[in-house]
Structure formats: structure tokens, C-alpha cells
Design a protein around this ligand. Structure first.
Ligand SMILES: C[S@@+](CC[C@H](N)C(=O)[O-])C[C@H]1O[C@@H](n2cnc3c(N)ncnc32)[C@H](O)[C@@H]1O
Length: 238
């Protein structure tokens, strides 16, 4: 899967592409992430990319010209891969990201162009002209789309087969509509708190049952809305 990111702050992606699981996914050629600077596409003689909004109001709007040209360039660079291309704009107005959205993208046969906004956002005509999908990472407003874009790509890339073992994904929070059970490692005792005995029993079935119960308990405590939307009967966790 190929991602082309359009941003005014390329440097914010340096650590993202060169660290941990994302780096491994790139090294294994499972994904590629190209980051383009929108400013490189401006035709403004002062290299400006933002202007005040028509109709008045505070802040600046990213102009359609450099962004449109950056999208056209990104589309051209992806066309040779003969896959459909989807364009996403990270936006607080968008559909709120969740596990299912990430999973669907990870299974899709598309390559992606992701627009990171800044200032007060982007000219609306970009969204109309390029059939752009808007995705939010939560009901709050960030300064720019760069962190949101990284959240989206990270949540997608780790679900692409071959990036992380299926075993480690299968019991993670949200995979089955539940949150993960508590986890422990060495030392056995920390500040007087011991690891639950059952985890040392070596009895796989009992450990699996205990973890399932704990998963339901934690989900009911932290996110009862997930339980209510799901197939798990409430009484199981009691
Ligand atoms: C300051 S925000 C603009 C907010 C815009 N004026 C509004 O009220 O919807 C600047 C940029 O940050 C990004 N952004 C802010 N909050 C976001 C969120 N919750 N999810 C995804 N992207 C977000 C978008 O790319 C946006 O263009």
C-alpha cells in the first residue's frame, strides 16, 4: 500500500517513517510513505500558500492552487501502480476514526493521498473537485493534520498482513469489540502487588477464560458503550 502525504511540515514525518513498526513495514516493502511539501507547488511569487477567507473571518485558508497542483502531482506519481487512488483530508469535520475504518483501509486495494491541513483549513473546492473523504481522529481541534495523519496511517499499517503477527493483533483492544485484559511481566512482585496466580498456573484454558472475563470487566468499566453495541451479554462479566 502506498501513501503520499501532502503537508507544509514534512519534518514532522521524519521520526514517524524511521522508527519501530512503521520503519519495519517500509523496509519490508509492505508500505511506502512519500511526503510532499505543499509549498513546493505554489505559484505565488512570495511562496505563500494561505490567504484570508472570502467573506471575512479570522485566520487563513490554504489556497486551492498549491494544494490542487500537489494532488495532481501525487496522482500522477501513483498512477503507474494501476491501483485506484483515494484522497483523504484529515479534518475535525470528518467521520471519526475507529478500528473498523482502519481495518477496512488496511484490507483495501487502494493507494492513498492524505492531505494535512493547517491554519483554518483548506479551500472547500479541493474537497468537491477531488472527491475527498474527510476523516477526523476525534472531537477536538488540532493545530494541523500531521499528527492526525500519523495516527491514521499507524492504525492502518499495523493491521496490514505481514506487519505484526496475527497472534498479537487478535486479542488487542477493539479487535473483537472489547478492550484488552490486564497484562503483567517480571518481576513477579512490584511494591507488594503480585501477579494473579492463575497466570502462573500453566493452565491454558483457565488463563484464556480469566482473560476473557477481565476483558469484559475492563470494557464495562471504561467503555460500557462498546458492550451495549455488541453481542456480549452483560451478565457474563459480572
Ligand atoms: C486548526 S485546524 C482547522 C479547523 C477548522 N477551522 C474547523 O473548525 O473545522 C487545522 C487543521 O488541523 C487538522 N485537524 C484539526 N483537528 C483535527 C481532527 N480532530 N482530526 C483530524 N484532523 C484535524 C485539519 O487538517 C485542519 O485543516
Amino acid at each position: 500500500m502506498k501513501f503520499v502525504v501532502l503537508t507544509l511540515f514534512k519534518e514532522m514525518f521524519d521520526a514517524f517513517v524511521s522508527t519501530s513498526i512503521i520503519k519495519r513495514a517500509i523496509d519490508k516493502d509492505i508500505v511506502s510513505i512519500d511526503v510532499l511539501d505543499i509549498r513546493d507547488f505554489t505559484k505565488d511569487k512570495h511562496k505563500r500558500v494561505d490567504f484570508p477567507p472570502y467573506g471575512g473571518g479570522s485566520g487563513m485558508i490554504m489556497s486551492a492552487q498549491p494544494l490542487g497542483d500537489a494532488i495532481d502531482y501525487a496522482v500522477l506519481s501513483l498512477e503507474k501502480y494501476k491501483k485506484e487512488i483515494k484522497i483523504i483530508y484529515m479534518s475535525p469535520r470528518g467521520k471519526v476514526l475507529n478500528y473498523n475504518i482502519s481495518k477496512n483501509i488496511s484490507k483495501s486495494n487502494y493507494n492513498y493521498i492524505i492531505i494535512c491541513g493547517h491554519y483554518e483549513g483548506i479551500d472547500e473546492r479541493i474537497i468537491e473537485e477531488y472527491n475527498v473523504e474527510e476523516i477526523s481522529i476525534g472531537d477536538y481541534v488540532l493545530t494541523g493534520g500531521e499528527l492526525a495523519c500519523q495516527v491514521l496511517m499507524d492504525s492502518v499499517i499495523r493491521l496490514i498482513p505481514g506487519v505484526i503477527s496475527q497472534e498479537s493483533l487478535s486479542e488487542e483492544s477493539h479487535t473483537n469489540g472489547l478492550l484488552e485484559y490486564p497484562q503483567y511481566t517480571k518481576p513477579y512482585e512490584f511494591k507488594g502487588r503480585k501477579v494473579p496466580d492463575i497466570l502462573l498456573s500453566g493452565h491454558h484454558k483457565m488463563i484464556a477464560d480469566y482473560r476473557k472475563k477481565e476483558s469484559i470487566r475492563i470494557t464495562q468499566k471504561h467503555r460500557p458503550d462498546l458492550i451495549n453495541n455488541k453481542i456480549i451479554p452483560k451478565k457474563e462479566g459480572k
